[in-house]
Design a protein around this ligand. Sequence first.
Ligand SMILES: Cc1ncc(COP(=O)(O)O)c(C=O)c1O
Length: 383
Amino acid sequence: MRISTKSIHVGEEPDTESGYGDVVSTIHLSTTFARKDPLHPTKGYEYTRSGNPTRDALERKIASIENGKYGLMFSSGLAAETNMFLSLFRQGDHIIASDDLYGGTERLLRKVLSNVGISYELRDLTKSSSLEGIPGNTRLIYLETPSNPLLRIIDIKGISKISREHGLLTAVDNTFATPYFQNPLDLGADIVVHSTTKYINGHSDSLGGALIANNDELYEKLKFNQNAIGAVMSPFDSYLVMRGLKTLSVRMREHESNAEKVVSLLKGSHKVKKVYYPGLVEHENHDVASRQMKGYGGMISFKLDADIEGVKRFAGNLNYISLAESLGGVESLMEVPSLMTHAGVPKEIREKYGVTDDLIRLSVGIEDPEDLIEDISSALERV
Ligand SMILES: Cc1ncc(COP(=O)(O)O)c(C=O)c1O
């Protein structure tokens, strides 16, 4: 099966047991499962935190579209990350992460993991030379590509190879690209991380996260803590994500096609200083993006030739693009990372890698592109 077929059919086998033949998988809302015999749970299910048929169906679907053997669903992207870090690392271990990182991930590393003795450092992983001098207690290379918010591109194959040579694990946050455009496991990564809140669900109505892996031992550790820590995805959210995923391919094609049109508009505007989009030939790692991705996605960042008042005027004059955090839904959203998603990252850290107050991040939705172009053009005129 190709990805469009998998995202529709895996986990949605027609129900022959109820006798109704539903072609959509049932939502099993029950938190517990009755059994006839204390030692043998009915069909293996005991309690929804440890296993639920709806969540299992989604876990099979998400593993399959990432070309992975195992999938695990969590209550948010950060819950998935926390589960991974706490399952695999302990006091004294060290993590190297890419420097342009989702603000919440950076906060988790800085404010939570450091308290339990797991240290980290941020490096510019767009250059493989940045992995020279790996401290002896390093256990993981963690990267986002395309990164949030600067859409930097990291060579997954190159970094995973160096990481493996040093006996380290590599985890890739694939939230921005989605498995429609990029499959990190095929490129040598050990673990794929998703905030399913974004494109995977695609409709801005479910918070969730996922981990996908191929290795049996890794999976056992992650699965044990999924239950032991308990930050699992609810059955109802699992159903929403199952439903959202069915249109992943068509949504991603439209997101990308609209993004390309918006990029052309922004590039031609004298109100815009710089556009960040991996599909642009002048993007610093465009060649790596072309090699490892099947498309460039629906996220764009750009710098307005304006101060913060100009940025506010731009946001205030948009009709169809809400000023809101998050991304990857069918509706277009814009945000100012320095004041919103990345406000928790210390100013000196974020400004060092380019997240300044004039930076705008745009999640291009799948509205009619002409409406989006008209809306953005008129807001730019008012900057
Ligand atoms: C790239 C990336 N990873 C992880 C997360 C965290 O996901 P969640 O908000 O579902 O916890 C986000 C949230 O914006 C994100 O953009």
